[in-house]
Design a protein around this ligand. Structure first.
Ligand code: F6R
Length: 606
């Protein structure tokens, strides 16, 4: 997490750093800061809170400069506060950092013994003092090589120097850093998106590399200080200006965009005329795939779990799922003909990226399902399957979840047909059904008013549960996650059949419980589980799909019915009321829907 930007120019940089920081706020928004170099002095302005607060402070201080670095923070070491906000400076240097310095305590002791005084509780401040210390006896380049060797953990760094008005340093290990080339000025940034208003020419640092950035030159070096050449990528010129339009919140807009997300994705992968799926760039013979491993975090993990159900249903493959932060440290048995699929909206999630790196190190076949196609994960995977849902700004993932599920579903039926697990007729029927999904999603979005009322009860609840079986279980997990992260209400997602193995003890009078019970093979079983929670006082919101038979249970508090669709596609529709439920619950409480507390959109620390 945390976003960094740096500009070296012969023109004023402050305004542009602020603009880039606004674009990076998805990486962290608990504090922000900027440092510029003016006449041999480093001037800093920092604040707790958002970039808009920083912007106001800067106007008071009239901060100027034609070289500077800026930062938006997501706190790891030390609480969000002005003192812990970056940049962190010594007499000599100013540093912005994304990542975690794991040996900061040892380095701090070493530096304190040498007389350095620490102002903040951050791990980053050690870097400023360490650079200052090494500069006493080393050239600038040697200092950087030595300092980077001393640091354990992950980082992307931007550094400016009091007595070097013609350069700044960028460095990367673990956390991403892009370098941009401009007209008589150059830039560093956590991603290309932050730099896009200034340039479309970008290079990315690889792990262990650092760069010396001047106005008219950028030099790249590896860990040992040997020069390296970098590929310059040309990004598309059009800057996505993504605004809220008539909506008050990005999340609300992104939920409503889901029918078009589905159409955009289907247009990319489905030949509607011939009723077939096109994944042109598949680098292996589909028949050679013997098993599948799906890896992700949070919402992306839920789409992986969903895919396991579809893939097991539609293929004969062995399908496993794992949470990236677990996978990366387990003693995994890598299987030669296994396809390792990592799923990540941002394509920057540290754990998912590390899981991918591990698969690559073991020479596995890797595929990334991502939204941001310029991301680190997309650059590193053998095969990239974008979800084509456009930029997602709301921190809580909504349309990207639908997009991830859709790509994984499409992949499952493609593998199923290519491996001769289903007939051509069944394959084409599935595609035909898929083409109706967007319309049914549109209808589901209209169930709004009812959910607004229901949301009030969930907003006041001490805790809640989301239950489902089969295809509905991953959706139950996702619904609970949405409510937790947006409305800060404790919510547990559970397989309905697990309730009597412990969690039933949590049910008390008036507790709101969501039961997902589509008319599938599990329907009757789930309805029985529902009765068990109702009998213990739960207020049940039943989410099901329209059917001529009435629901065979009394005492349901509320009921939401989505369209009748092929049962494999129902999870898409079931997701929507749960997104809305979390949205309205948070709205009721007046919380910051697009930027929930303690979270960030891109999780670039482990
Ligand atoms: C929840 C949410 C997170 C992300 C997770 C992975 O609404 O957005 O749980 O899904 O942090 O992020 P990506 O998909 O960018 O790897």
């Amino acid at each position: 997490m945390c976003g960094i930007v740096g500009i070296i120019s012969s023109k004023e940089v402050t305004r542009r750093i602020i603009n880039s920081l606004k674009k990076l706020e998805y990486r962290g928004y608990d504090s922000a800061g900027i440092a510029t170099l003016v006449d041999g002095d480093i001037n800093e302005v920092k604040c707790e809170g958002r970039v808009e607060v920083l912007e106001k402070d800067i106007s008071k201080f009239n901060l100027k400069g034609d070289i500077g670095i800026g930062h938006v923070r997501w706190a790891t070491h030390g609480k969000p506060s002005k003192i812990n906000a970056h940049p962190h400076s010594s007499e000599q240097v100013s540093v912005v950092h994304n990542g975690i310095i794991e040996n900061s305590t040892i380095l701090k002791k070493f530096l304190e013994k040498k007389g350095y005084i620490f102002k903040s509780q951050t791990d980053t401040e050690v870097i400023a003092h360490l650079v200052t210390e090494y500069l006493k006896k080393n050239s600038l380049k040697d200092t950087i090589i030595k300092v980077l060797k001393k640091l354990h953990g992950s980082f992307a760094l931007g550094i400016i120097f009091k007595d070097q008005s013609n350069l700044m340093i960028g460095a990367k290990r673990g956390s991403p850093l892009a370098v941009g080339y401009g007209p008589n000025e150059n830039y560093i940034g956590s991603d290309s998106y932050a730099l896009k208003s200034m340039t479309n020419k970008i290079s990315y640092l690889d792990d262990g590399e650092f760069c010396i950035v001047k106005k008219d030159q950028i030099e790249f070096f590896d860990t040992a200080g040997t020069k390296v050449n970098k590929k310059v990528m040309n990004l598309s010129k059009d800057e996505i200006d993504y605004d809220k339009g008539d909506y008050k919140y990005f999340m609300e807009k992104e939920i409503d965009e889901q029918p078009s997300t589905i159409i955009a994705c289907i247009n990319e992968y489905v030949d509607k005329h011939n009723k077939q799926i096109n994944i042109y760039n598949f680098p292996w013979k589909i028949s050679s795939i013997e098993s599948i491993m799906l890896i992700g975090c949070g919402t992306a993990f839920h789409s992986c779990l969903m895919a396991k159900y579809w893939m097991e249903q539609n293929t004969n493959l062995d399908v496993s799922v794992d949470i990236a932060s677990e996978f990366r440290y387990r003693k995994v048995r890598f299987k030669k003909n296994c396809l390792y699929i990592v799923v990540s909206q941002s394509g920057e999630t540290a754990d998912t990226h590390a899981a991918l790196a591990l698969c690559k190190k073991n020479k596995m076949k890797t595929c990334a399902v991502v939204n941001v196609i310029e991301s680190s994960i997309a650059r590193d995977a053998d095969l990239v399957l974008p979800i084509y849902c456009g930029q997602e700004v709301g921190v809580a993932s909504t349309k990207a979840f639908i997009g991830q599920m859709l790509v994984l579903y499409i992949l499952s039926i493609k593998i199923s047909f290519d491996q001769k697990c289903i007939s051509k007729k069944k394959y084409q029927d599935k595609i035909k059904n898929l083409l109706t999904l967007s319309n049914s999603t549109k209808k589901t979005l209209k169930l709004d008013q009812k959910i607004l009322q229901i949301g009030k009860t969930f907003a006041e609840a001490k805790g809640s549960m989301f239950l489902g079986r089969g295809y509905s279980f991953p959706i139950a997990l996702e619904g609970a996650l949405k409510l937790k992260e947006l409305a800060y209400v404790h919510a547990e997602g559970y397989p309905a059949g697990e309730m009597k193995h412990g969690p039933l003890a949590l049910i008390e009078q008036g507790m709101p419980v969501v039961v997902l019970a589509p008319r599938d093979e599990y329907y009757k079983k789930t309805i029985s589980n529902m009765q068990e929670v109702i009998a213990r006082g739960a207020k049940v919101l039943l989410v099901t799909n329209k059917n001529k038979d009435e629901v065979i249970s009394e005492n349901i508090w509320e009921k939401i019915e989505v369209d009748q669709l092929d049962e494999e596609l129902i999870p898409f529709l079931m997701t929507i009321p749960l997104q809305k439920l979390a949205f309205y619950s948070a709205l009721e409480k007046g919380y910051d829907i697009d930027k929930p507390r303690n979270l960030a959109k891109s999780v670039t620390v482990e």
